[in-house]
Write a protein that binds this ligand. Structure first.
Ligand SMILES: [Mg+2]
Length: 238
């Protein structure tokens, strides 16, 4: 574990999937739909789908970014509909009152910072019952919209040059800009991905790994579940 900062952060950037809830079934369902899209829409042989999606996810941080980068001809809106549009969210995501209470007791501004799309984030937050706990949502759509604006609705490589996601350093800089925070060190980032935690630490943020009590590289704190934050980082409430 790195040196533990005791400076109270002015804002929190909080990942969604795997951080504010964990659902093996939902992850399996998403993975199944991703593979289905790759096979049936993009025409990748079924035998290769797992390998392709896994490799793109590891290499680019987000399978869909890899599909764009490697010119698979992915249509973003179609992708989101296919991957998230048919999930049975209501069955998979119960309300979480203790989590809501914990978030409500933290007085600094809090933002969702997810590589997933906005609609997915809205749905999850609503079902868990924590949609009012956040001051904003920074989702993958925001970054794509920004890229489209910057490039005058370019496609392909030109658009992709402006598309990024966690753990790319640009994603953290973009998020800090969005919340109007100039000091990375005054912002705390919470995520269940070791790669994202390392990226955030490289960008200068305070970091909390969620989902494991064994810290990864770049983690200031590591907690099994989000509500463990109160014991791990009591200075957030001081
Ligand atoms: Mg996550």
């Amino acid at each position: 574990m790195g040196s533990t900062p005791q400076v109270k952060p002015r804002a929190l950037l909080v990942d969604l999937d795997g951080t504010l809830y964990r659902s093996a079934k939902l992850f399996d369902d998403v993975r199944e739909r991703i593979n289905d899209y790759i096979i049936n829409v993009l025409g990748v042989p079924a035998a290769d789908a797992n390998e392709v999606s896994g490799r793109l996810y590891r290499q680019y941080g987000l399978t869909v970014v890899g599909l764009m980068a490697e010119n698979y001809g992915v249509d973003l809106d179609g992708w989101h509909k296919h991957v998230h549009g048919t999930l049975d969210y209501a069955k998979l995501l119960p309300r979480n009152e203790p989590l809501k209470e914990l978030l409500d007791s933290l007085t600094m501004p809090k933002y969702i910072f997810t590589n997933a799309d906005r609609e997915h984030a809205d749905t999850c937050l609503r079902l868990i019952g924590i949609q009012d706990c956040f001051d904003g949502i920074i989702a993958f759509d925001c970054i794509v919209d920004r890229a489209r604006e910057l490039t005058g609705n370019a496609e392909g490589a030109e658009l992709l040059g402006q598309v990024f996601c966690k753990p790319d350093r640009r994603a953290f800089e973009y998020a800090l800009g969005r919340i109007g925070e100039e000091s990375a060190g005054a912002t705390m980032f919470l995520d269940d991905s070791a790669a994202n935690i390392k990226g955030a630490k490289d960008a200068g943020l305070q970091t909390v790994l969620v989902g494991s009590e064994s810290p990864c590289e770049g983690a200031d704190f590591a907690i099994e579940v989000f509500t463990g934050l109160r014991d791990a980082a009591p200075h957030l409430w001081q």
